[in-house]
Design a protein around this ligand. Structure first.
Ligand code: NAD
Ligand code: DAU
Length: 334
Protein backbone atom coordinates (compact mmCIF):
# COMPACT_ATOMS: atom_id res chain seq x y z
CA UNK A 1 0.00 0.00 0.00
CA UNK A 2 1.04 3.58 -0.59
CA UNK A 3 0.12 5.58 2.52
CA UNK A 4 -0.19 9.34 2.86
CA UNK A 5 0.61 10.15 6.48
CA UNK A 6 -0.35 13.74 7.29
CA UNK A 7 1.26 15.16 10.42
CA UNK A 8 3.93 12.46 10.11
CA UNK A 9 6.69 14.71 11.51
CA UNK A 10 4.98 14.97 14.91
CA UNK A 11 5.16 12.66 17.92
CA UNK A 12 2.71 9.87 17.06
CA UNK A 13 2.89 10.31 13.27
CA UNK A 14 6.67 9.85 13.22
CA UNK A 15 6.44 6.79 15.46
CA UNK A 16 3.81 5.41 13.06
CA UNK A 17 6.04 6.03 10.02
CA UNK A 18 8.91 4.22 11.80
CA UNK A 19 6.55 1.36 12.68
CA UNK A 20 5.28 0.95 9.10
CA UNK A 21 8.71 1.14 7.44
CA UNK A 22 10.08 -1.43 9.91
CA UNK A 23 7.14 -3.87 10.16
CA UNK A 24 5.57 -3.52 6.71
CA UNK A 25 8.44 -3.07 4.21
CA UNK A 26 6.00 -3.72 1.34
CA UNK A 27 4.31 -0.35 2.11
CA UNK A 28 5.38 3.07 0.86
CA UNK A 29 4.97 6.17 3.02
CA UNK A 30 4.55 9.78 1.91
CA UNK A 31 4.51 12.31 4.77
CA UNK A 32 2.73 15.66 4.36
CA UNK A 33 3.51 18.01 7.25
CA UNK A 34 3.44 21.77 7.75
CA UNK A 35 6.35 21.56 10.22
CA UNK A 36 4.78 23.70 12.93
CA UNK A 37 6.68 24.09 16.21
CA UNK A 38 5.65 20.47 16.97
CA UNK A 39 6.73 18.94 13.66
CA UNK A 40 10.43 18.22 13.25
CA UNK A 41 12.50 16.61 10.49
CA UNK A 42 14.70 15.20 13.29
CA UNK A 43 11.77 12.87 14.06
CA UNK A 44 12.12 11.34 10.60
CA UNK A 45 15.92 11.53 10.23
CA UNK A 46 16.42 7.75 10.22
CA UNK A 47 14.39 7.30 7.00
CA UNK A 48 16.13 9.87 4.77
CA UNK A 49 17.73 7.17 2.59
CA UNK A 50 14.79 4.76 2.62
CA UNK A 51 13.38 4.45 -0.95
CA UNK A 52 9.94 3.69 0.53
CA UNK A 53 9.83 7.10 2.24
CA UNK A 54 9.22 10.61 0.91
CA UNK A 55 8.37 13.96 2.46
CA UNK A 56 6.31 16.97 1.34
CA UNK A 57 6.23 20.15 3.40
CA UNK A 58 2.76 21.69 3.33
CA UNK A 59 -0.46 22.34 5.20
CA UNK A 60 -3.54 20.13 5.13
CA UNK A 61 -5.70 23.23 4.69
CA UNK A 62 -3.88 24.04 1.42
CA UNK A 63 -6.04 22.51 -1.34
CA UNK A 64 -3.34 22.57 -4.04
CA UNK A 65 -0.66 20.88 -1.96
CA UNK A 66 -3.17 18.33 -0.71
CA UNK A 67 -4.41 17.51 -4.24
CA UNK A 68 -0.81 16.75 -5.29
CA UNK A 69 0.04 14.80 -2.16
CA UNK A 70 -3.05 12.60 -2.45
CA UNK A 71 -2.37 11.57 -6.05
CA UNK A 72 -1.81 7.83 -6.40
CA UNK A 73 -2.10 6.92 -2.73
CA UNK A 74 -4.16 3.96 -1.50
CA UNK A 75 -4.93 5.39 1.94
CA UNK A 76 -4.74 8.62 3.93
CA UNK A 77 -4.01 8.55 7.65
CA UNK A 78 -4.58 11.97 9.17
CA UNK A 79 -2.46 12.71 12.24
CA UNK A 80 -2.06 16.42 11.41
CA UNK A 81 -3.46 18.56 14.21
CA UNK A 82 -2.77 21.23 16.72
CA UNK A 83 -2.64 18.90 19.70
CA UNK A 84 -1.89 20.73 22.96
CA UNK A 85 -4.87 21.57 25.20
CA UNK A 86 -3.09 24.45 27.00
CA UNK A 87 -2.20 26.15 23.70
CA UNK A 88 -5.83 25.76 22.57
CA UNK A 89 -6.97 27.62 25.69
CA UNK A 90 -4.47 30.42 25.04
CA UNK A 91 -5.10 30.72 21.27
CA UNK A 92 -7.80 28.53 19.69
CA UNK A 93 -7.76 29.82 16.07
CA UNK A 94 -5.13 27.48 14.64
CA UNK A 95 -7.02 24.51 16.11
CA UNK A 96 -10.06 25.32 14.02
CA UNK A 97 -7.99 25.90 10.89
CA UNK A 98 -6.11 22.62 11.11
CA UNK A 99 -8.30 20.20 13.05
CA UNK A 100 -11.61 21.18 11.44
CA UNK A 101 -10.98 22.99 8.16
CA UNK A 102 -7.82 21.01 7.31
CA UNK A 103 -9.71 17.76 7.89
CA UNK A 104 -12.43 18.89 5.49
CA UNK A 105 -9.87 19.74 2.79
CA UNK A 106 -8.35 16.26 3.14
CA UNK A 107 -11.77 14.59 3.01
CA UNK A 108 -12.69 16.55 -0.10
CA UNK A 109 -9.45 15.51 -1.84
CA UNK A 110 -10.05 11.90 -0.81
CA UNK A 111 -13.54 12.10 -2.30
CA UNK A 112 -12.41 13.73 -5.56
CA UNK A 113 -9.58 11.28 -6.11
CA UNK A 114 -11.56 8.26 -4.88
CA UNK A 115 -9.00 7.21 -2.30
CA UNK A 116 -9.58 3.65 -1.05
CA UNK A 117 -9.43 4.41 2.67
CA UNK A 118 -9.32 7.45 4.97
CA UNK A 119 -8.38 7.03 8.63
CA UNK A 120 -8.84 9.94 11.03
CA UNK A 121 -6.63 9.82 14.13
CA UNK A 122 -8.77 11.15 16.95
CA UNK A 123 -8.77 11.23 20.70
CA UNK A 124 -10.65 10.08 23.79
CA UNK A 125 -10.93 13.79 24.72
CA UNK A 126 -13.91 14.17 22.37
CA UNK A 127 -16.00 12.21 24.91
CA UNK A 128 -15.20 14.68 27.71
CA UNK A 129 -14.59 13.54 31.28
CA UNK A 130 -15.95 10.41 33.01
CA UNK A 131 -15.98 10.00 36.81
CA UNK A 132 -16.77 6.28 36.84
CA UNK A 133 -16.95 3.53 34.23
CA UNK A 134 -15.48 3.74 30.78
CA UNK A 135 -16.27 5.30 27.38
CA UNK A 136 -17.35 3.10 24.49
CA UNK A 137 -17.65 4.16 20.85
CA UNK A 138 -21.36 4.78 21.52
CA UNK A 139 -20.71 7.36 24.26
CA UNK A 140 -21.89 10.87 23.40
CA UNK A 141 -19.43 13.49 22.18
CA UNK A 142 -19.01 16.12 24.92
CA UNK A 143 -15.71 17.99 24.50
CA UNK A 144 -14.38 20.43 27.14
CA UNK A 145 -11.53 22.40 25.51
CA UNK A 146 -11.14 24.21 22.19
CA UNK A 147 -8.71 21.39 21.27
CA UNK A 148 -11.16 18.57 21.95
CA UNK A 149 -14.01 20.54 20.36
CA UNK A 150 -11.93 20.99 17.19
CA UNK A 151 -11.13 17.27 17.13
CA UNK A 152 -14.82 16.48 17.61
CA UNK A 153 -15.59 18.78 14.67
CA UNK A 154 -13.12 16.84 12.52
CA UNK A 155 -14.69 13.53 13.57
CA UNK A 156 -18.18 14.78 12.70
CA UNK A 157 -17.01 15.75 9.22
CA UNK A 158 -15.47 12.31 8.68
CA UNK A 159 -18.75 10.64 9.61
CA UNK A 160 -20.71 13.06 7.40
CA UNK A 161 -18.45 12.34 4.39
CA UNK A 162 -18.95 8.63 4.93
CA UNK A 163 -22.74 8.86 5.23
CA UNK A 164 -23.33 11.50 2.55
CA UNK A 165 -20.74 10.61 -0.09
CA UNK A 166 -19.95 7.01 0.82
CA UNK A 167 -16.31 7.92 1.51
CA UNK A 168 -14.57 4.80 2.87
CA UNK A 169 -13.56 6.53 6.08
CA UNK A 170 -13.13 5.44 9.69
CA UNK A 171 -11.93 6.94 12.96
CA UNK A 172 -9.69 5.80 15.80
CA UNK A 173 -9.84 7.48 19.22
CA UNK A 174 -6.86 6.89 21.46
CA UNK A 175 -6.05 7.69 25.07
CA UNK A 176 -2.97 9.64 26.27
CA UNK A 177 0.17 8.50 24.47
CA UNK A 178 3.73 8.61 25.80
CA UNK A 179 7.12 7.40 24.54
CA UNK A 180 10.05 8.54 22.35
CA UNK A 181 9.88 11.83 20.38
CA UNK A 182 7.10 13.26 22.61
CA UNK A 183 7.30 17.06 22.48
CA UNK A 184 8.21 18.38 25.95
CA UNK A 185 5.19 20.62 26.46
CA UNK A 186 3.14 17.56 27.52
CA UNK A 187 3.16 16.28 31.10
CA UNK A 188 5.53 13.29 30.88
CA UNK A 189 8.39 14.63 28.73
CA UNK A 190 8.16 18.06 30.38
CA UNK A 191 8.55 16.55 33.86
CA UNK A 192 11.30 14.14 32.75
CA UNK A 193 13.41 16.99 31.29
CA UNK A 194 12.72 19.31 34.23
CA UNK A 195 13.72 16.49 36.58
CA UNK A 196 17.01 15.93 34.69
CA UNK A 197 17.73 19.66 35.17
CA UNK A 198 16.55 19.82 38.80
CA UNK A 199 13.77 22.29 37.84
CA UNK A 200 10.30 22.19 39.53
CA UNK A 201 7.72 19.73 38.14
CA UNK A 202 4.41 21.64 37.70
CA UNK A 203 1.29 19.70 38.72
CA UNK A 204 -2.05 21.31 37.88
CA UNK A 205 -4.62 21.61 40.70
CA UNK A 206 -4.55 18.69 43.14
CA UNK A 207 -2.90 16.29 40.64
CA UNK A 208 -5.73 13.75 41.03
CA UNK A 209 -6.78 13.84 37.37
CA UNK A 210 -6.58 10.39 35.81
CA UNK A 211 -5.26 9.53 32.35
CA UNK A 212 -5.36 6.17 30.57
CA UNK A 213 -1.72 5.84 29.42
CA UNK A 214 -0.94 4.18 26.07
CA UNK A 215 2.62 3.47 24.92
CA UNK A 216 3.00 5.04 21.47
CA UNK A 217 4.16 1.80 19.79
CA UNK A 218 0.94 0.13 20.99
CA UNK A 219 -1.04 2.99 19.47
CA UNK A 220 0.78 2.42 16.15
CA UNK A 221 -0.13 -1.28 16.05
CA UNK A 222 -3.73 -0.30 16.85
CA UNK A 223 -3.81 2.20 13.99
CA UNK A 224 -2.44 -0.34 11.51
CA UNK A 225 -5.01 -2.88 12.73
CA UNK A 226 -7.87 -0.43 12.22
CA UNK A 227 -6.50 0.59 8.82
CA UNK A 228 -6.27 -2.95 7.51
CA UNK A 229 -9.03 -4.79 9.41
CA UNK A 230 -11.49 -2.10 10.53
CA UNK A 231 -14.84 -1.45 8.89
CA UNK A 232 -15.52 1.85 7.16
CA UNK A 233 -18.04 4.12 8.88
CA UNK A 234 -16.90 2.83 12.29
CA UNK A 235 -15.11 4.33 15.27
CA UNK A 236 -12.49 2.28 17.16
CA UNK A 237 -11.25 3.27 20.62
CA UNK A 238 -7.59 2.49 21.37
CA UNK A 239 -7.05 2.71 25.11
CA UNK A 240 -3.94 2.04 27.17
CA UNK A 241 -3.81 -0.84 29.68
CA UNK A 242 -3.34 1.35 32.79
CA UNK A 243 -4.93 4.38 34.41
CA UNK A 244 -2.90 6.60 36.71
CA UNK A 245 -3.48 9.94 38.51
CA UNK A 246 -1.09 12.69 37.41
CA UNK A 247 0.52 13.02 40.82
CA UNK A 248 1.47 9.32 40.76
CA UNK A 249 2.95 9.75 37.27
CA UNK A 250 5.06 12.67 38.47
CA UNK A 251 6.18 10.86 41.65
CA UNK A 252 7.30 7.91 39.52
CA UNK A 253 9.32 10.31 37.31
CA UNK A 254 10.92 11.77 40.46
CA UNK A 255 11.93 8.25 41.50
CA UNK A 256 13.22 7.17 38.07
CA UNK A 257 15.39 10.29 37.78
CA UNK A 258 16.86 9.94 41.30
CA UNK A 259 15.22 13.11 42.66
CA UNK A 260 13.08 13.75 45.71
CA UNK A 261 9.48 14.90 45.94
CA UNK A 262 10.36 18.44 47.02
CA UNK A 263 10.83 19.04 43.29
CA UNK A 264 7.04 18.78 42.78
CA UNK A 265 5.16 22.08 42.68
CA UNK A 266 1.35 22.37 42.66
CA UNK A 267 0.36 25.17 40.26
CA UNK A 268 -2.82 26.83 38.99
CA UNK A 269 -5.30 24.35 37.52
CA UNK A 270 -6.12 24.15 33.79
CA UNK A 271 -9.51 25.82 33.03
CA UNK A 272 -12.14 23.22 32.08
CA UNK A 273 -9.72 20.46 33.18
CA UNK A 274 -11.14 16.98 32.45
CA UNK A 275 -10.89 14.90 35.61
CA UNK A 276 -10.71 11.42 34.16
CA UNK A 277 -10.44 9.64 30.81
CA UNK A 278 -11.08 5.93 30.46
CA UNK A 279 -11.59 3.97 27.26
CA UNK A 280 -13.06 0.57 26.51
CA UNK A 281 -11.08 -1.00 23.64
CA UNK A 282 -13.21 -4.15 23.29
CA UNK A 283 -14.10 -3.32 19.68
CA UNK A 284 -10.52 -3.09 18.39
CA UNK A 285 -9.45 -6.01 20.60
CA UNK A 286 -12.02 -8.05 18.67
CA UNK A 287 -9.93 -7.30 15.54
CA UNK A 288 -6.92 -8.93 17.24
CA UNK A 289 -5.18 -5.89 18.78
CA UNK A 290 -3.88 -5.70 22.30
CA UNK A 291 -1.48 -3.32 24.02
CA UNK A 292 1.85 -4.92 24.94
CA UNK A 293 3.43 -2.36 27.26
CA UNK A 294 2.28 -1.59 30.77
CA UNK A 295 2.79 1.90 32.13
CA UNK A 296 5.51 1.03 34.69
CA UNK A 297 7.73 -0.54 32.04
CA UNK A 298 6.90 1.99 29.29
CA UNK A 299 7.66 4.95 31.56
CA UNK A 300 11.05 3.50 32.52
CA UNK A 301 11.90 3.00 28.81
CA UNK A 302 10.74 6.52 28.03
CA UNK A 303 12.92 8.10 30.73
CA UNK A 304 15.87 6.10 29.39
CA UNK A 305 15.14 7.30 25.83
CA UNK A 306 15.27 10.94 26.97
CA UNK A 307 18.48 10.21 28.90
CA UNK A 308 20.06 8.83 25.69
CA UNK A 309 18.75 11.45 23.23
CA UNK A 310 19.70 14.93 24.34
CA UNK A 311 20.60 15.64 20.67
CA UNK A 312 16.83 15.47 20.03
CA UNK A 313 15.38 17.47 22.93
CA UNK A 314 18.23 19.87 23.69
CA UNK A 315 17.50 22.26 20.81
CA UNK A 316 13.75 22.31 21.56
CA UNK A 317 14.15 23.90 24.98
CA UNK A 318 15.00 27.33 23.58
CA UNK A 319 13.31 30.22 21.68
CA UNK A 320 9.51 29.94 21.34
CA UNK A 321 9.44 27.08 23.83
CA UNK A 322 10.88 29.29 26.58
CA UNK A 323 8.34 32.01 25.83
CA UNK A 324 5.44 29.55 25.95
CA UNK A 325 6.80 28.06 29.19
CA UNK A 326 6.97 31.47 30.84
CA UNK A 327 3.40 32.37 29.81
CA UNK A 328 2.07 28.98 30.87
CA UNK A 329 3.84 28.58 34.22
CA UNK A 330 4.43 32.23 35.14
CA UNK A 331 8.16 31.60 35.59
CA UNK A 332 11.22 31.22 33.38
CA UNK A 333 12.47 27.70 32.70
CA UNK A 334 16.03 28.41 33.88
P1 NAD B 1 1.97 16.64 17.59
O1 NAD B 1 1.55 18.00 18.00
O2 NAD B 1 3.22 16.05 18.17
O3 NAD B 1 2.14 16.57 16.01
C1 NAD B 1 1.26 17.18 15.12
C2 NAD B 1 1.90 17.19 13.75
O4 NAD B 1 0.98 17.79 12.83
C3 NAD B 1 3.19 18.02 13.67
O5 NAD B 1 4.16 17.35 12.91
C4 NAD B 1 2.75 19.31 12.98
O6 NAD B 1 3.79 19.94 12.25
C5 NAD B 1 1.66 18.77 12.06
N1 NAD B 1 0.68 19.82 11.68
C6 NAD B 1 0.06 20.69 12.50
N2 NAD B 1 -0.74 21.50 11.79
C7 NAD B 1 -0.65 21.09 10.49
C8 NAD B 1 -1.26 21.50 9.28
N3 NAD B 1 -2.14 22.51 9.27
N4 NAD B 1 -0.94 20.85 8.15
C9 NAD B 1 -0.04 19.83 8.16
N5 NAD B 1 0.58 19.40 9.26
C10 NAD B 1 0.27 20.02 10.43
O7 NAD B 1 0.73 15.72 17.88
P2 NAD B 1 0.65 14.18 18.33
O8 NAD B 1 0.66 14.12 19.81
O9 NAD B 1 1.62 13.40 17.54
O10 NAD B 1 -0.84 13.84 17.86
C11 NAD B 1 -1.07 13.36 16.54
C12 NAD B 1 -2.56 13.11 16.37
O11 NAD B 1 -3.01 12.16 17.33
C13 NAD B 1 -3.42 14.35 16.58
O12 NAD B 1 -4.45 14.33 15.62
C14 NAD B 1 -3.97 14.21 17.99
O13 NAD B 1 -5.21 14.82 18.10
C15 NAD B 1 -4.10 12.69 18.07
N6 NAD B 1 -3.98 12.11 19.42
C16 NAD B 1 -2.93 12.44 20.24
C17 NAD B 1 -2.80 11.81 21.48
C18 NAD B 1 -1.65 12.10 22.40
O14 NAD B 1 -1.66 11.65 23.55
N7 NAD B 1 -0.63 12.85 21.98
C19 NAD B 1 -3.76 10.87 21.89
C20 NAD B 1 -4.83 10.59 21.04
C21 NAD B 1 -4.92 11.20 19.80
O1 DAU C 1 -6.24 11.96 25.93
C1 DAU C 1 -5.59 12.15 24.72
C2 DAU C 1 -4.97 13.52 24.68
O2 DAU C 1 -3.83 13.47 25.53
C3 DAU C 1 -4.58 13.98 23.29
O3 DAU C 1 -5.73 14.10 22.51
C4 DAU C 1 -3.83 15.32 23.35
O4 DAU C 1 -3.37 15.67 22.06
C5 DAU C 1 -2.65 15.16 24.27
O5 DAU C 1 -1.97 16.39 24.41
C6 DAU C 1 -3.10 14.65 25.64
O6 DAU C 1 -3.90 15.67 26.31
P1 DAU C 1 -3.76 15.94 27.89
O7 DAU C 1 -4.25 17.31 28.15
O8 DAU C 1 -4.33 14.84 28.67
O9 DAU C 1 -2.14 15.85 28.00
P2 DAU C 1 -1.09 16.75 28.80
O10 DAU C 1 0.22 16.02 28.74
O11 DAU C 1 -1.13 18.17 28.38
O12 DAU C 1 -1.64 16.65 30.30
C7 DAU C 1 -1.79 15.40 30.93
C8 DAU C 1 -2.38 15.66 32.32
O13 DAU C 1 -1.37 16.33 33.11
C9 DAU C 1 -3.57 16.59 32.31
O14 DAU C 1 -4.47 16.20 33.35
C10 DAU C 1 -2.99 17.97 32.63
C11 DAU C 1 -1.83 17.62 33.54
N1 DAU C 1 -0.65 18.51 33.47
C12 DAU C 1 -0.16 18.83 32.25
C13 DAU C 1 0.94 19.65 32.14
C14 DAU C 1 1.50 20.03 30.78
C15 DAU C 1 -0.06 18.98 34.65
O15 DAU C 1 -0.49 18.65 35.76
N2 DAU C 1 1.04 19.78 34.52
C16 DAU C 1 1.55 20.16 33.33
O16 DAU C 1 2.55 20.92 33.31
Amino acid sequence: MKLLVTGGAGFIGSNFVRHVLREHPEDQVVVLDKLTYAGRMENLADHEDNPNFSFIQGAIEDREVVAQAVEGVDAIINFAAESHVDRSIEEPDAFITTDVFGTQVLLEAAREQEIGRYLQISTDEVYGSIDEGTFTEESPIDPSSPYSASKAGGDMLVQAYHRTYGLPALITRASNNYGPYHYPEKLIPLCVLNAFAGIKLPVYGDGMQVRNWLYVEDHCTGIYTALTKGNVGEVYNIGGPDECPNIEVVKRIVELTGNDESLIEYVKDRPGHDVRYSLSSAKIRALGWEPKTHFAEGLEETVQWYRDNEWWWGPIRSGEYLEFYKRQYGQALQ
